[in-house]
Ligand binder design. Structure first.
Ligand code: ZN
Length: 138
């Protein structure tokens, strides 16, 4: 499989506005895009070729809320851009890598994403993302 680059770094935060303030005011970065997805508020902040993905849970029992309750705020996942998420998943399955998603699903920006289980990626939740704007996958 061809892994192109780190596409974004997901950071779990309890208060999106306050986190955005830090990155924009203290670090001088700009929020490029915000959206709501599956009980989360997400803000994308480009830093050169990579994005920060600040994620706040909007429900008390969401994955991000649970993550923060267990481990505190901080880096939640690292996302790698791949050519094709489905074929990457097939290759990983063949290698016995433990997956969270057996098939691609719709992530932020309407992009195809899938998660690799942190048990197989040395404690770091790993996301695969395809930056193609159109896809034929079902
Ligand atoms: Zn992500």
């Amino acid at each position: 499989m061809e892994t192109k680059k780190i596409e974004h770094i997901g950071i779990a935060v309890s208060d999106l506005e306050s986190a955005k303030n830090f990155y924009t005011k203290a670090l001088g970065l700009k929020v490029r895009h915000e959206e709501s997805l599956e009980g989360m508020r997400i803000a994308f902040i480009p830093v050169g070729n990579v994005n920060l993905e600040l994620i706040q849970s909007t429900t008390e029992d969401g994955v991000i809320a649970k993550f923060i309750a267990k481990r505190g705020e901080g880096v939640h996942h690292i996302a790698y851009e791949v050519e094709d998420v489905s074929s990457a998943l097939e290759e990983l399955k063949d290698q016995g890598v433990k997956l969270v998603d057996e098939a691609p699903r719709m992530g932020a920006h309407g992009k195809e994403v899938a998660f690799v289980h942190p048990k197989s990626s040395y404690g770091v939740l790993t996301e695969l993302v395809c930056n193609k704007t159109t896809t034929q996958k079902g």
